[in-house]
Design a protein around this ligand. Structure first.
Ligand code: CO
Length: 134
């Protein structure tokens, strides 16, 4: 079911500072930041040869990242994202296997304009896990 690792997401307080570290110190290619108000986040992507890193900065007080950054004030790894070919088929198989899907279980359009779902971290080794249909 699982395809490639699409990205690893890191929650950050300051996406400009994170971009400077990756662009200037680590020498990576970082996209311009993009606001996703429906997800409550501002994102930027680091393109690596084999995958991407997604920076997540809170956008608005109701952002799902606010609580995470209270617990992890320096930022930290927030989720992994795996590619799947059919997100609804993957969801149904995972639910049948006893995993919980966050939210209403319906795929939402994510940062790449593709359908995404999140699996409950308690069912995935303590790691928030995103599926993206590609
Ligand atoms: Co993501």
């Amino acid at each position: 079911m699982l395809g490639r690792l699409n990205h690893v997401a890191i929650a950050v307080k300051d996406i400009a500072a994170a971009t400077r570290v990756y662009r200037e110190t680590l020498g990576a290619e970082v996209s311009a930041p993009q606001d996703l108000p429906e997800h409550g986040v501002r994102v930027a992507f680091v393109t690596l040869p084999n995958t991407k890193i997604e920076f997540l900065e809170p956008l608005g007080a109701a952002s799902p990242i606010v609580k995470f950054l209270e617990k992890n004030p320096d930022g930290g790894m927030h989720h992994l994202c795996y590619e799947v070919s059919d997100i609804r088929a993957a969801r149904d198989a995972l639910i049948a296997g006893g995993l919980r899907i966050l939210g209403d279980g319906e795929p939402k359009i994510g940062a790449h304009g593709k359908p995404v779902l999140f699996l409950h971290p308690k069912d995935c080794l303590g790691t928030l896990t995103e599926l993206e249909e590609v």
